[in-house]
Ligand binder design. Structure first.
Ligand SMILES: [Zn+2]
Length: 341
């Protein structure tokens, strides 16, 4: 599903449907024209602060689609539908964002109706984590199987595709993996949500750095001590040091993988998916490094160790593949699925 050059014939062609994907984030809005195979035919991005209201974003997105379609000269493309991916708590029945950080102009508005005023075409609105999960699901041709895409970063989110369709839950909060409790009692760490012992407090990016602080206090590692004094340490720094052989950093990554494996195992035990993917900004080098591979292996082994044999041993646990394009591809693919059904 990577971008591919558009080669148009001079001969008459059957009309081909394209779908507009719009992926709204706090920093930018990604746009993509996606074909039925999931390939990105054109893409662009808008700076969110310049297009702060949904009306302005949708008008700009439609202008992008019209411009790109007219440039595909000799092709017989038609815009068939629009998929919109949004962050926050989405009431998917009403297509209304009930709760969203950094996008106050979007909260409470009927997004499908506004989108239809910009372009009178079938449209769908989906949570951005579920949209990305749906793109990964389509890439793997998983049909009616279920997939969870765990995104690792400041927070820990999870997009769900259940029985082949995105699943948001009755309150728009399905897949809030970061708020699964993994520790209890007086020593449980506080989470950003105000509750105690949640996964995010241990394995979100701040939690990972906190782990390093705790371990450094019990050892005499001058390099790590001076690094921590800068107060600007990130999981990426920890991955780099781990790759260079730092035992302390490898321990932190190993412990993070165990926390994650424990929480993912609890989720897998309940929903029994076929595939779990790890994505986002904090994969410790991902498939490109030994540290990333070891991290993935420990997550997988912890899931196997903490779930029933039939759940853990059959579960595929891998890194995600699509990166930044997943949101627009998934939104467009959901639109395609809804129109076809
Ligand atoms: Zn929490």
């Amino acid at each position: 599903m990577t971008s591919k050059p558009t080669i148009c014939s001079t001969l008459p062609l059957a009309q081909e449907d394209l779908f507009l994907g719009i992926d709204v984030g706090g920093t930018n809005v990604k746009l993509g024209l996606i074909d039925a195979s999931g390939a990105v035919r054109a893409k662009d991005a808008l700076a969110t602060p310049d297009f702060i209201t949904p009306e302005r974003v949708f008008d700009a997105a439609v202008a992008f689609a019209d411009r790109e379609l007219s440039s595909l000269e000799g092709c017989n493309f038609k815009l068939a539908g629009i998929g919109l991916a949004v962050p926050g708590v989405l009431d998917s029945r009403e297509a209304v964002l009930r709760e969203v950080v950094n996008l106050p102009e979007w909260q409470g508005k009927r997004l499908r109706e506004i989108l239809r005023q910009s372009k009178d075409l079938p449209n769908v609105v989906v949570n951005d984590a579920n949209s990305a999960a749906y793109a990964e699901h389509a890439l793997r041709s998983l049909g009616h199987k279920s997939l969870a895409l765990v995104t690792l970063g400041t927070g820990i989110g999870c997009g769900l595709v259940m029985n082949g369709s995105p699943y948001g839950g009755d309150h728009g909060c399905a897949g809030e993996l970061g708020h699964i409790a993994i520790r209890f009692g007086n020593e449980a760490l506080p989470c950003t949500c105000g509750k105690m012992g949640h996964l995010e407090a241990y394995a979100g990016s701040k939690g990972v750095v906190t782990q390093l602080h705790s371990l450094a206090r019990t050892t005499n590692n001058s390099k790590i001590a001076s690094l921590l004094k800068t107060d600007n340490v990130t999981p990426r720094d920890i991955a780099t040091l781990a790759q260079d052989g730092c035992e302390l950093c490898n321990t932190v990554i190993d412990q993070t993988a165990k926390y994650l494996g424990q929480a993912i195992g609890q989720m897998a035990q309940v929903i029994d998916p076929a595939v779990v993917l790890l994505g986002g900004a904090m994969t410790f080098g991902g498939s490109q490094s030994n540290v990333g591979q070891n991290f993935l292996t420990t997550v997988r082994n912890t899931i196997i160790a903490t779930t029933l044999e039939e759940v853990g041993s059959h579960l595929q646990v891998e890194f995600a593949s699509l990166g930044n394009d997943a949101g627009v591809i998934g939104a467009a693919k959901v639109a395609q699925q809804v129109i076809a059904s």
